[in-house]
Design a protein around this ligand. Structure first.
Ligand SMILES: N[C@@H](CCC(=O)N[C@@H](CS)C(=O)NCC(=O)O)C(=O)O
Length: 265
């Protein structure tokens, strides 16, 4: 079977916010800081076709060596309850039907919230922030800061990822035609997003920093990005988030449970 069957009454799934009997080493974690908005978010029911279903938790199809690891950070930031469903990407299980019927791309991360399926890491972060942390991790709908928020959130998958891949793989392309453009201009533009401010919105951390900052932090860790002080300082700030530490622990717990070793480690 490609992925494990999750049930609400135990079984083999790994669940955020609760100790699972199959994961004895998982430290019990709170579902998030005790702020009012987090409590509301955690209690907020899923809605499907206008009907509320309070029994369905958010499910993240996950493998700790995939972008789904960063999605765990997103979930920890919003503070909702969630379950992790392990997909063995090393064995190719992401290409099996129980995944591809939800995401025909056969890729992770894949988030299911009630009757809604969300894929694409940035989309998942933006969705979670708007739905469960509006005004806290996402500027409110009438706030012009949403322009900046979306700009850098989408810069990560649409420019940084393909731009870095193009550079590393020596792709031949015309910078004027390729959406990610010229590499040096991309780097300078990334620096402009964070120079002179703590986070992309200024003093306030937002989901854009999990998306944009998470991409920068990951690329620095794996030596895919020149460690300029602006990048390393920013990566340190975003990694100082308590939710980041919680997500690290959660991902590590899955690695320990599955006996997974980081490739190259
Ligand atoms: N555009 C997707 C990319 C997803 C992606 O490439 N996921 C990788 C893991 S990080 C994957 O599932 N690879 C397995 C495969 O393609 O078979 C996103 O941003 O989430």
């Amino acid at each position: 079977m490609a992925v494990e069957v999750a049930t609400r009454r135990g079984g083999s799934h790994e669940r955020g916010g609760q100790r699972n009997s199959n994961l004895p080493h998982l430290a019990p974690r709170p579902t998030g800081p005790a702020s009012g908005s987090l409590r509301r978010a955690a209690a907020r029911p899923a809605e499907t076709n206008g009907e509320r279903d309070t029994t369905m938790a958010i499910v993240l199809y996950h493998h700790p060596f995939s972008r789904a690891a960063n999605t765990v950070w997103m979930l920890e930031e919003v503070g909702v309850e969630y379950e992790l469903k392990f997909v063995d990407i090393m064995a190719g299980d992401q290409k099996k039907e129980d995944v591809t019927k939800l995401n025909p791309m056969g890729k992770l991360p894949l988030l299911v919230d009630g009757g809604t399926v969300v894929t694409e890491s940035a989309a998942i972060g933006l969705y979670l922030a708007d739905r469960y942390a509006p005004g806290r991790l996402a500027p409110k709908l009438d706030d012009a800061a949403r322009g900046t928020y979306f700009r850098w959130s989408l810069f990560a998958p649409s420019v940084i990822e393909p731009g870095s891949m193009a550079k590393a793989s020596n792709w031949e392309f015309r910078a004027g035609s390729a959406g990610w453009g010229d590499y040096d201009q991309m780097i300078a533009t990334m620096e402009s997003a964070i120079s002179g401010r703590d986070f992309v919105l200024g003093k306030e951390f937002s989901m854009a920093d999990v998306i944009f900052g998470g991409t920068i932090a990951y690329m620095l860790d794996f030596k895919m990005l020149e460690p300029r002080p602006s990048f390393t300082g920013y990566a340190q700030r975003v990694k100082a988030r308590p939710a980041y530490a919680k997500s690290e622990a959660r991902n590590k717990a899955v690695m320990d449970e599955r006996g997974l070793k980081m490739p190259g480690a």
